[in-house]
Design a protein around this ligand. Structure first.
Ligand SMILES: [Fe+2]
Ligand SMILES: [Fe+2]
Length: 390
């Protein structure tokens, strides 16, 4: 197989994502969590902390509007959610399978590790899968908490510092409610997935303030908004449904914060600078796609991880689910000019080519999230503890 070399920066896939072929299964599975009992993850980073003496509020009117909106949209994770709800995980799994069809539905599983599975194994798999999914959401939320605290320090504009400070509070609440749901309603935690951890570490190690936004607000939160939406629609469990509804109303603002902050800034960057952003967006996209192969769940279920993941990758349903995860990211990258930056004489932009390789380019004309947060906003009276109109 020849090495893919790009003509502008000569960055190879191997340099950006650590392998030449996007779907190289051996390479994907070689990334594993080496210390599962680790309690502290120490990441070294250097960045400039920016004070601004320009306090003119509203110099960036769209960010100011978002900040005002955020102040009136806080909810309380302890008191606004019906924690008294009893959750029967087996019922939830059966209900989800009825709504969405399980993995392997309609596929010939003979000769695969799943051939021997009966209903009990499939239910157990559903339970593990749920524990895993919510655990990764929780870890991702902590990533958002930390990245947004960083943005308060590193972004040069007062309107953005103000808004970011409200997002820090939102993310604390999100970590809190996912942790509480896992502890009191589900049946076990998973450590952070190695691909997700690699991405979070990369974001926080980059010293450029806009890269924190691009990695977190555009890529991680863009994917989270789509994933939460999918599960919100799928689940009939009322507590999780409400929890996700509240979280999504915040997340839509967070993604808008990314789009509104980067939109003008990226107009000032050179093609070479934009290219670095394109490569970072591609790397993040691949890491997030890899994490959804949920290799730790297969391991815990005691079946051959490689064979299981291969089947997952071939499953037509899964392909649709994975593509859907990019339904917010692709239009937002387009709005930021990242899809087509550097396009030349009929040669498509670099990120457009990469998203085409990943099979997600079809979402480019879906609604971007710059203004969509209004649609996700909680209605007056939807949350008891909100005293101001949302
Ligand atoms: Fe969040
Ligand atoms: Fe968020």
């Amino acid at each position: 197989m020849s090495t893919t070399i790009d003509p502008v920066t000569n960055s190879t896939n191997a340099e950006i994502i650590g392998r030449d072929e996007i779907n190289d299964l051996e390479a994907i599975l070689s990334v594993t969590n080496t210390d599962r009992d680790e309690v502290i993850n120490h990441v070294e980073s250097h960045f400039d902390t920016i004070f601004t003496w320009d306090y003119e509020k509203g110099a960036r009117p769209k960010l100011n509007r978002l900040y005002e909106k955020a102040k009136g949209s806080m909810w309380n994770g302890e008191t606004d959610l019906p924690w008294e709800t009893e959750v029967d995980q087996v019922q939830v799994v059966l209900q989800n399978a009825m709504n969405a069809g399980g993995l392997g539905a309609g596929m010939d599983l003979s000769g695969t590790p799943f051939a021997k599975w009966g209903p009990d194994e499939w239910v157990q798999f559903g339970i593990e899968s749920q524990n895993w999914t919510l655990s990764q959401f929780m870890h991702g939320e902590q990533g958002a908490l930390i990245c947004t605290a960083r943005i308060v320090e590193s972004v040069p504009w007062i309107d953005a510092k103000y808004y970011a400070s409200t997002q820090v509070m939102d993310e604390a609440r999100h970590v809190e409610v996912f942790a509480k749901y896992l502890d009191t309603k589900l049946s076990g935690h998973y450590p952070v997935n190695a691909h997700l951890k690699m991405l979070l570490d990369d974001i926080i190690q980059d010293s450029r303030w806009d890269m924190t936004y691009l990695g977190m607000q555009i890529m991680v939160e863009g994917l989270a908004l789509a994933a939460f939406g999918f599960i919100h629609q799928l689940t009939t469990e009322p507590l999780l449904k409400q929890l996700l509804r509240y979280v999504m109303s915040d997340e839509a603002r967070h993604v808008a914060f990314g789009v509104l902050s980067l939109q003008d800034y990226y107009k000032e960057l050179s093609v070479a600078e934009l290219r670095e952003r394109q490569e970072f967006a591609f790397e993040a996209a691949v890491r997030m796609r890899d994490r959804f192969l949920q290799q730790e769940v297969w391991e815990r279920m005691g079946i051959d991880v490689k064979e299981a993941v291969k089947l997952v990758m071939e499953s037509p349903e899964r392909a649709g689910f994975q593509a859907m995860l990019f339904s917010k990211i692709v239009p937002n990258c387009k709005k930021l000019g990242l899809l087509d930056a550097g396009a030349d004489k009929g040669k498509p932009g670099w990120l457009r080519q990469k998203f085409t390789e990943l099979g997600v380019i079809a979402f480019e004309d879906w609604a971007d999230t710059g203004e969509e947060y209004e649609m996700f906003a909680l209605a007056n009276g939807e949350v008891e503890s909100q005293t101001q109109p949302a």
